[in-house]
Design a protein around this ligand. Sequence first.
Ligand code: GDP
Length: 370
Amino acid sequence: LNEEIRCIGCGAIIQTTDKDALGYTPVSALEKGLESGEVYCQRCFRLRHYNEIQDVKLTDDDFLKLLNEIGTKDALIVNVIDIFDFNGSLIPGLHRFVGNNPVLLVGNKVDLLPKSLKRGKMTQWLKERAFEEGLRPEDVILTSAMKAKEMDSLLETIEKHRKGRDVFVVGVTNVGKSTLINQIIKNTAGVQDLITTSQFPGTTLDRIEIPLEDGKNLIDTPGIIHRHQMAHVLGDKDLKLIAPKKEIKPMVYQLNEEQTLFFGGVARFDYLKGGRRSFTCFLSNDLKIHRTKLEKADELYANHVGGMLQPPRQEEVESFPELVRFEFSVKEKSDIVFAGLGWVTVNEPGAVVAGWAPKGVSVVIRKSLI
Ligand code: GDP
């Protein structure tokens, strides 16, 4: 009775409880599968029938194993990041794991940034940030996984750098890796060409291979969960609201000292010292910004979170983490970044500000992007 059932596609042990983990299959599908004698996990099922990949998430340990394995291969590593959430996209220690393999950094979701931003400036900025993290990408390219035509230049760049090698695509969750791989699949292979390659039962190094012309493969790897993102404190509905979907319209605020901006009820920005000046907010156009006096901010939040200040919604307030404060003294034109939400650009040096985010979500300062 307790016999393990394995997916005939990838070999993962079938389970019906964790949607995001390996081997998940809905109970109804499992029953059907048992009748016909062919049990697939949902991921393999979708791959076979809809030509579509689904992201699976790995624990840190399993992800480390995966990275270690990649280091032993002769391959091009394509690291997909979300340019809207650079810090939240980083894979800690990636540079140590890739060994001597070249890395191509792919900044995804370029469609969200204002069109006025020059791509050259943006790639240069990404290159500098990558170097600061110890990553030495051979090349940096911007793309939008939403746009089929962007895939041509991405594939061309991959072709240029892979020099006959396999390609491993890595990234944390939410950067758009599945969207991107699906777009590539549409542009290149037919469903019959796709293979899942966890032939070793129980292995977590489960991945999807897209055959390339010379017999090599482009390999999709599972994403690692980055815990300091907004994605992990908000429900799916709220996440849809705060995650930008369209080109962001920057909002400029002239603030006096001791004024506060609330971003819905999920984050807060205090302007503490530095005379009257302007700040530019880069956030989802759907997220409401509310301005108030610093001295009234705590009370306003206590009274209106879940109401005027949403998300979180009323019924979520109780389980929503408290906001935690980070103070910054701004020495050069900088962005105060709320992981996974967006950022506020402090246009001139000399200001003292504070950013607040739900406990567990990071707020960091970085050299201004724009
Ligand atoms: P994964 O976890 O890395 O596989 O990420 P997904 O492919 O599931 O994408 C995460 C979210 O980002 C989804 O809501 C996607 O619709 C969105 N997304 C992915 N690529 C892009 C892009 O190029 N532009 C925009 N605006 N959104 C994107």
